[in-house]
Design a binder for this molecule. Structure first.
Ligand code: HEC
Length: 106
């Protein structure tokens, strides 16, 4: 394969290609961070400190497609200073999508 072809192939690969939903599940459930929730400073907050599964399945959920889920995972990652790497945000997106949203991957 010529180099330009290789670059093109990589560029056209969906970003979810390498995402690992099982690793995303561990990250979602086990990553702890400091956050004040309901007036109480927690140093072992997790995503589940705020979210229940129905947040991701209810009719008026915010994410409308796979990219929307990714956008929100990244937004909460930044707001909580979770400090996940981009690949980890991809993994958590893949996990929430596999369990709850069930959007086609883009
Ligand atoms: C301090 C509370 C809090 C924590 C902790 C939190 N979130 Fe959120 N998250 C929110 C709020 C508020 C929204 C906006 C939801 C709304 O307004 O309906 C949101 C929205 C989302 C959505 C979109 C939900 C939808 O309606 O489709 C996803 C996905 C999400 N968060 C993922 C995460 C992940 C992953 C983590 C762990 C890093 C996390 N959140 C931690 C408060 C939190």
């Amino acid at each position: 394969m010529k180099i330009p072809t290789l670059i093109l192939t990589l560029a056209l690969t969906p970003f979810a290609f390498a995402a690992d939903a099982d690793s995303g599940m561990e990250l979602y459930e086990e990553t702890e961070f400091e956050k004040e929730i309901n007036g109480e400073m927690m140093n072992d907050a997790t995503c589940s400190s705020c979210h229940v599964p129905s947040d991701f399945t209810k009719a008026d959920r915010k994410a409308e497609n796979y990219r929307g889920v990714h956008w929100w995972v990244n937004a909460c990652n930044q707001a909580m200073n979770t400090a996940w790497f981009p690949e980890e945000v991809d993994d958590v997106t893949a996990y929430l999508n596999r369990e709850y949203y069930k959007f086609p991957e883009e």
